[in-house]
Design a protein around this ligand. Structure first.
Ligand SMILES: [Zn+2]
Length: 234
């Protein structure tokens, strides 16, 4: 999915698609879908950590453990190896981070609210707090809603007025480019453009491949799993 991460032998990125079924943590009948996806990717469940999301700006540091972990927050970060960090997304953006010197990985669930509240800045701060260098940090945005389908009202446009270059007006409707907002925030914090990648896949635009909350308007959200791991060097 990404080129910046795939040059790194020890890093792996995971993203489930519609064909794998919905992956909602709170939905007991989604449990089998998760189990199947993990097994297919040879991921031991007792080395997984799942974020319990609340559209917050919380980035939580996780240490290795031999049981399944569930942690409240919208981003997870670790220096541990063979620990698989997961968030779920359905239009919200999965954002992956890797600092190769201090060997820090992180993944964030970033919707407009989390982005507005500072989830991206908090992930980058947390990397710095672990002595990571943002000039070395790789940042990748996975599939999520594109500006083509993220129509907003004027109240939200006001919240993002610092980023008005990311708001487009088409036929009197406003569209917000959240991926561009993330890019600006990352660059302002010191991430280099060579280390930044946006896969530029809109979940709404690809009904055959992705769930989209805005498009499908399901009774229960049908999220996809987004994960990252750093393997122990063999
Ligand atoms: Zn779209």
């Amino acid at each position: 999915m990404f080129t910046i991460f795939h040059q790194k032998q020890d890093i792996d990125i995971f993203f489930s698609e519609k064909k794998h079924g919905p992956m909602r943590l709170k939905q007991p009948n989604n449990h089998q879908n998760r189990l199947k996806f993990l097994t297919k990717n040879q991921i031991p469940t007792n080395q997984c950590c799942f974020a319990q999301l609340s559209h917050s700006n919380l980035c939580r540091k996780v240490s290795g453990s031999s049981k399944v972990q569930f942690i409240k927050g919208d981003a997870l970060l670790t220096k541990a190896t063979n620990l698989f960090l997961f968030v779920t997304v359905s239009d919200c953006l999965p954002v992956f981070f890797y600092e190769p010197e201090q060997k820090i990985i992180a993944v964030a669930h970033a919707g407009w609210k989390g982005i507005y509240l500072g989830i991206i800045e908090n992930c980058l701060q947390a990397i710095k707090k672990c002595n990571g260098r943002l000039k070395k940090t790789l940042v990748g945005i996975g599939p999520g809603i594109g500006s083509c389908h993220f129509e907003i009202k004027s109240d939200l446009a006001k919240k993002f007025k610092l980023y008005d270059q990311c708001i487009k007006k088409v036929d009197n409707r406003l569209y917000l480019n959240l991926k561009a907002v993330i890019k600006i925030k990352a660059f302002q914090a010191g991430v280099l453009s060579d280390n930044f990648e946006n896969v530029d896949l809109c979940t709404f635009c690809h009904p055959e491949r992705f769930f989209s909350f805005r498009r499908d308007q399901p009774k229960h959200v049908q999220p996809m799993l987004a994960g990252i791991v750093r393997y122990k060097p063999s």
